[in-house]
Ligand binder design. Structure first.
Ligand SMILES: [Zn+2]
Length: 69
């Protein structure tokens, strides 16, 4: 199975090239584009990113302890 990324328009194998959401559906963007987009978004929206990260940490207070990072 392959899928075309809507950003870079490249056809990539589903399992290697795409992230899957909680419902098991592949994303519209390939892994490379998804990470580029999120990095760009973080740079363009530092306040939103900080707020989203803070909220996530509040919802996942044990995450860092569990992973040991
Ligand atoms: Zn792509």
């Amino acid at each position: 199975m392959t899928k075309i990324c809507i950003d870079c328009k490249k056809r990539k194998p589903l399992e290697e090239g795409f992230y899957f959401n909680a419902k098991g559906r592949p994303g519209s963007y390939c892994k490379r584009c998804a990470s580029n987009r999120s990095l760009r978004w973080q740079k363009e929206n530092p306040e939103k990113y900080a707020a989203a990260r803070k909220k996530w940490e509040e919802n996942n207070p044990n995450y860092w302890k569990v992973t040991g990072l």
